[in-house]
Write a protein that binds this ligand. Structure first.
Ligand SMILES: Nc1ncnc2c1ncn2[C@@H]1O[C@H](COP(=O)(O)OP(=O)(O)OP(=O)(O)O)[C@@H](O)[C@H]1O
Ligand SMILES: [Mg+2]
Length: 236
């Protein structure tokens, strides 16, 4: 569904993504993990066409994303930090996104209802707490029933119940055959949610494997691998 073919990204003298090759199939939850600054968000933005790699290619459903904007209709994207215009009301943000995506395309109000967003649609964006902004952002991401969901730290800043509901929703969407790519620093989430784990270290894919947490020693296994990778990084 998504193939990433040997992409590199540099910012000035900094080599951010290093020869990244990945093949990601639909019907699964793929977790991208790695330390701060390892390139997770940059990689997601490359898939979205928000960051252009220096070379290589990215294909969605077999078609290159270069000069192709159509494919973005298939994607729901939840950025790491939601930036909405501060001076408008929540209901206006929702209306603007609906107009961009097409009013009729707004079909899934499950998160919207669960997070009771209706109760604060009259509030100005500037008056929302960080968690409330996350809720609006996630409700909008899921609203358009996209085939591909790209969620950059979706549970960060959410209270535990809201985070739990987000995970339930992510699993539900996977069961519909969608592809969900998430980044997270929470090891339990990696263990619970992922079908495939991709570990980025300093812009390189160091692990790309099926999640075997259920069959082996679970989160402990992931933690050991994590520690191992951190140590090897320090010693190189
Ligand atoms: N627009 C930019 N200009 C210059 N450098 C950038 C830009 N965007 C990202 N970087 C750099 O790329 C590297 C990777 O950043 P990125 O945001 O992808 O990390 P991340 O793995 O998502 O980190 P975190 O876990 O903190 O979210 C960092 O060194 C960052 O400073
Ligand atoms: Mg990030």
């Amino acid at each position: 569904m998504i193939s990433i073919e040997n992409i590199n990204k540099t910012y000035g003298k900094f080599h951010i993504l290093k020869s990244v090759n990945l093949n990601i199939e639909k019907g699964q939850i793929v977790t991208v993990m790695g330390p701060n600054g390892s390139g997770k968000t940059t990689l997601l933005k490359c898939i979205l066409g928000l960051v252009i790699p220096d070379n290589g290619d990215i294909k969605v459903d077999g078609k290159t994303i270069k000069n192709n904007f159509e494919y973005r209709h298939k994607i729901g994207y939840m950025p790491q930090t939601a930036f909405f215009p501060e001076n408008i009301r929540v209901k206006d943000v929702i209306q603007i996104i609906k107009e961009i995506r097409g009013e009729k395309a707004a079909v899934d109000f499950e998160l919207y209802d669960y997070y009771e967003i209706e109760k604060f649609t009259e509030k100005k964006v500037s008056s929302l707490s960080q968690g409330m902004k996350q809720k609006v952002s996630s409700a909008l991401t899921f609203m358009f029933d996209s085939d591909i969901l790209i969620l950059d730290e979706p549970t960060a800043g959410l209270d535990p119940l809201s985070a739990e509901y987000m995970k339930i929703k992510i699993r539900k969407e996977k069961d519909k055959g969608k592809l969900i790519i998430i980044t997270t620093h929470i090891l339990n989430e990696v263990e619970e949610l992922s079908d495939r784990i991709i570990f980025l270290l300093d812009g390189e894919v160091r692990v790309n494997r099926v999640n075997e947490s259920g069959s082996t020693n679970g989160a402990e296994g992931i933690l050991n691998k994590f520690t191992e990778l951190f140590k090897s990084y320090e010693w190189e």
